[in-house]
Design a protein. Sequence first.
Lengths: 83, 83, 167, 167
Amino acid sequence: MKLVYFAYVREHIGYDSEEVDLPATVQTIADCLGWLAVRGEGYRAAFADPAKLLFAVDQQMADQTANITCCRELAIFPPVTGG
Amino acid sequence: MKLVYFAYVREHIGYDSEEVDLPATVQTIADCLGWLAVRGEGYRAAFADPAKLLFAVDQQMADQTANITCCRELAIFPPVTGG
Amino acid sequence: MLPGTGDFSPGDGRMIRIHLPQKALDLAGEMAAINALGSGAVASFTGTARADDHAGQTVTAIELEHYPAMTSAALQALAETAMQRWPLAACCIIHRTGIIPVGDAIVLVAAASSHRVAALESCSFLIDRLKTDAPFWKKEYYDNGSARWVEAKAADTTRAQDWNIRA
Amino acid sequence: MLPGTGDFSPGDGRMIRIHLPQKALDLAGEMAAINALGSGAVASFTGTARADDHAGQTVTAIELEHYPAMTSAALQALAETAMQRWPLAACCIIHRTGIIPVGDAIVLVAAASSHRVAALESCSFLIDRLKTDAPFWKKEYYDNGSARWVEAKAADTTRAQDWNIRA
């Protein structure tokens, strides 16, 4: 699966995207955040306030309970501030 | 006093303005409409639906009860339709 | 330019611009001028003469009559009311008068603010109130040579009055 | 031009225009194009990069990051929602991305309709919802060389949600 990051999430993690193989225990976005957070300080900093994060599964907005076992691209980003 | 007319009021009366000397019996705009109406068919046609007319006394909107004994210019016109 | 039109400043850097041209509006120039203020948010409304149908006839032109001694003062009062109600940097009302061919702009109102909501709301307020408070009268000319004064709409009056009770 | 941007027609003469340029917006050209449709009423909103102060520093530029694979689809969905809700002839959303110097426009939204209220309301709807629904992130650069991601405002979320309950 492809993970894509934007804004301060991207800056904390240090990549704008990465390919990952999720273990079978990771079913939802919330599971994925927990699994990523142990990978290093950058992830922990990026996900420090998970209630503020937004997610898109295959470019559709989703919440943390969304199942991602069949998804191709998960985007993780802060609240949007365009316009 | 100067009377000024706009839109269909002007077209019915046939003038865009005229100078008049109001008799002492004419105190309000309503009085003035009655006094003008007997002057001819154009005035009667212009004032046929007096509830629809609007008035400005010295360029300030006013209603039919307004006293005009000290006014310099009375404008009589239909509802506005700009923009 | 008629007396009472032009650019006015309440003396604090804010700008009110009222014009009553008898020729085509310079929409791009007006928008560039208000955008150049760098206010962050600019909302605008443009009304254009349409080739509407009425009783089987098509509009070819409209005529805007107005009350020169009153119009610019009425528009300036309207702009000042908007300036008092919202934190605006600039308020612009440009209304064409005389004969206006179909396709040409009749009116441009624009408001600039550092706040998006102030710009959007005041722009709506300006055009809603202009429709009921400013001494303009619109006549439609049709392709068979006839003409008709446009009647005021009750819905326009209702909408203009709604601003009295809005938060 | 990114895939998914451009001019779209729902097939009935109506127009949706979505662009994500990385250079200065042609505001005059965009407004001329939408005015040329002859719809009678055009409402627009322009948002510009401001030289704001923050903690004693002045903004010199902003950067707009976005999610290319999602942005144009999100904006098109937004325009289509507006088209379903109001009788619009055209809907235009132009959003600049990348580095934007202070004074330059960030976004232009515009709506054309034969109805004034439809143009005004849908224009407000488009910019209100764009602020909360489209994947853009804004970073401010300051005159001392520092930078900061702009935080989302609760008031923007409230205003965007208010459209769910408005008549």
